[in-house]
Write a protein that binds this ligand. Sequence first.
Ligand code: DAL
Ligand code: ZN
Length: 349
Amino acid sequence: VLGLYFFQDTIRLKLLGYSNQSINKIKEYNLINYIIKKNGYSKTFDKALLSNNFVKNNKDIYYKLDYINNNNYIDNINDLITIGYKDLNLIFKNLDNKEIEQLKNTNYISNINDYLDYDYLIINNLNRYNNYKKSHPSLGLDTIITYVNIGLDKPQYSNINNIKNLDNKLILVNKYNKLASDYVPKDLVKINSKYSAKNIELQKDANDAFYKLCSDASKEGLDIKAISGYRSYSTQVSLYNNYVKRDGISKADTYSARAGHSEHQTGLAVDVSGSGIVWDEFANTKEYKWLITNAANYGFIIRYPLGKENITLYKYEPWHLRYVGIDIAKDIANKNLTYDEYYIRYLNK
Ligand code: DAL
Ligand code: ZN
């Protein structure tokens, strides 16, 4: 009679889809009744059975998990369970191998699933997100992740990243991202003297776009001129040092970049005047009003907008334009994001 039951069990397991080899393992681990009760086939469970690393205590988790064809899959499952994770489907769906490795090297995060929807999530920052969320409970997770990825949970000019793709036109330069001191853009071109207060250079693409912008504006009776463009590292050193002498470090830091941290060193940023009116007063000119709606059509953004000082870490600079190309400039304007935020969410691949 006992033999008959065994025989029946084998047939039932076969009908569920398990191979003879798997059925032997099921018997070896004493899981016949477990599987018969489940009354179904789980490929992940099956692969775990046939691996050398089957952990009987993890059986429910194996059973529920969608299968992923990956050599380390069963090991990864076991490791994540050891750390404390139980609900693994979303983790494996959203994270690649490298991210899984990072997660395995991070302390257990109980609310991990809240984060997994965001594709600009950086696994190594998970603890920083949770800490920042604690000190900023009213911010949404999208904002928390964005701000932490920018570096805003740390003091300005800390955790500085040395920028690698120096010739990328979409380069992000800010208080957390630094240009090499010897970096000089390759294709600097002098701005046409019609649209420039003195000898000023920009990278060629930015220069061409700036020329179009100024000439179209002039057709509407507007007078836009560059008052500063490319600035070398050493120029920025002396500029910043002079401002510090005049105003002290903390004030100077609100309006002048430290050397290596200025967009002007990329040749993609240009400061402009309107009918000769400069700096803060420029915000009241008709030229500025025109730029607000038209700059993006030429590929420029207003890099340090009003009300975003806590993100850019600079005071409002209506005069400072950054070239990013037309499509991205329009997208940034539509989304009403700073370049820091936009870069982190959409360009930081
Ligand atoms: N004024 C801007 C932030 C710069 O110094 O680059
Ligand atoms: Zn500027």
